[in-house]
Design a protein around this ligand. Structure first.
Ligand code: XIL
Length: 462
């Protein structure tokens, strides 16, 4: 295609827009209908916006599709690629001792030609293993040498070409106990330390990660991961990062995402958002797409806010190459581009959080309301929350205020910055939740003291 990256993007999106017009849906139309932003962000590729913030932005890819528009977008917009399936054990060694590196090699070559990193995915997992491995009966000594050889062979083959490996994938159950797998059952918990150690030996330059899902917010599973990483570091086992997969549901970005990223960073490891997608019940409509834009924006902003959050990767950049419809029945439209390669509002949500220039219309408060409630109350304290919800309008930022009538005093707030002067309280959005989409809402919480009585004040939205 054309020689410079940005001109190639422009012609790509022009073509995408033509296709979109023919099918009757324009991405710009969806944006304006949702009261959001205009399409200028497309002029600067996401990879350039990310680079200016010191971040890497990636996408999972399918090797056979890396031509035409798919290849143009993958090459122009992203500076990291993750093979969606090509490096899994079942793909590379379908028959014991017979290897197929075709797709993995192709993706690595494409990445090198486009000045992109590669995230290797994945070495020790319970899914997508070859049947000869899962159906075999192995002693633990045999299992150990199978895994060691697999890691040595695959990591060794790509030595020096992979920025980071998801060495261990999905080791935990939801309650934070270890998942019962071939590896855990056969080798005990130290299969994790062994896998990391073997990977380090095979490519000392690659960053080594443990990757899992439902570990985006602070919860039992992410705390188990946290404790594992902490103990591995204390033991001197090579561990460089944690991957938060982030297969999310519309409107359900965990409110503790940034806090969770930060606590891993504070342990001295990097964090990557490795498989971001945000699924919605089909069919998509402009309200859902606007909420999705706000969700993509808040996830991206949480990564931008923490220095050690180094990479944000979407699990497929187009709805035509997403695992969601085939896996979560009735759900789809989970990625930043539609099936015709037109950028969706979600694309602009990412671009905005990366500092992309967009034109925001004057905020309207017409259809937005703020509702105050007491969530729990004890002796001298209580937890309250305020929900800001919009319908038929949207907000690009928000501020609420109220006056306490009975001496209540706020001590701490989350998901907003609150100040109290005398009886007057004023709370403003955090950096990651300023947008409230048409049909969407944002909630923040706080702790406060009370005595005598605790009446609910009247809240004004400014
Ligand atoms: C998915 C792929 O996207 C699908 O094509 C495949 O059929 C199943 O696996 N967590 C992971 C990824 O770590 O490897 C999975 O990828 C999605 C969930």
């Amino acid at each position: 295609m054309s020689p410079s990256r940005s001109s190639s993007v422009r012609s790509t999106s022009l073509r995408a827009r033509l296709v979109a017009v023919l099918t009757g849906v324009t991405a710009v139309g969806a944006l304006l209908a949702a009261g959001m932003t205009s399409a200028h962000a497309a002029d600067t590729p996401l990879r350039d916006l990310a680079a200016a913030k010191g971040k890497i932005i990636g996408t999972a890819v399918t090797g056979s599709k890396l031509t035409g528009t798919y290849g143009d977008i993958a090459g122009a917009q992203f500076n990291s690629l993750t093979p969606g399936n090509a490096m899994k054990w079942g793909s590379v060694e379908p028959t014991q001792g017979t290897f197929n590196w075709t797709e993995a090699d192709q993706i690595v070559a494409f990445a090198q030609a486009h000045n992109q990193q590669v995230r290797g995915h994945t070495l020790a997992w319970h899914n997508q293993n070859p049947s000869w491995l899962t159906n075999g009966s192995w002693t633990s000594a045999q299992l150990s040498s199978l895994l060691q050889n697999h890691i040595g062979t695959e990591v060794g083959r790509y030595r020096g070409k992979i920025a980071a490996w998801d060495v261990v994938n999905e080791p935990f159950n939801e309650d934070g106990t270890y998942r019962s797998t071939l590896w855990y059952n056969g080798l005990g918990v130290d299969y994790i330390a062994s896998a990391l150690t073997w990977a380090r030996a095979a490519d000392p330059a690659a960053k080594l990660y443990i990757n899992d899902y439902n570990v985006e917010g602070v919860n039992a599973k992410s705390t188990a991961l946290y404790n594992l990483v902490k103990s591995l570091k204390e033991r001197g086992v090579p561990i460089d990062g944690v991957g938060l997969q982030a297969h999310l549901i519309l409107g359900q970005v965990p409110s503790t995402l940034q806090q969770n990223i930060q606590r891993f960073a504070d342990l001295g490891v990097d964090v990557a958002i490795t498989e971001l997608d945000i699924r919605m019940a089909l069919p998509a409509d402009s309200t859902k797409l606007a909420q999705q834009a706000a969700d993509y924006k808040s996830v991206t902003a949480a990564c931008v806010a923490v220095t050690r959050c180094v990479n944000l990767t979407v699990w497929g950049f187009t709805d035509s190459d997403s695992w969601v419809p085939g896996t979560f029945s009735g759900y789809g439209a989970a990625t930043p581009y539609d099936e015709n390669y037109a950028p969706k509002p979600a694309y602009y949500g990412i671009a905005e959080a990366l500092g992309g220039t967009t034109t925001t219309p004057p905020p309207t408060t017409g259809g937005c309301t703020a509702t105050y409630s007491v969530v729990s109350q004890w002796d001298a304290g209580f937890t309250g929350q305020v929900k800001i919800a919009c319908s038929g309008a949207s907000l690009s930022s928000w501020k609420v205020g109220w006056t306490y009538g009975a001496g209540q005093q706020i001590s701490q707030a989350w998901n907003a910055t609150c100040t109290q002067s005398g009886a007057a309280v004023s709370c403003a959005n955090a950096s990651y939740n300023e947008a409230v989409a048409d049909g969407g809402s944002v909630t923040f919480g706080f702790n406060a003291s009370w005595s005598g009585s605790n009446p609910v004040p009247t809240v004004t939205l400014r």
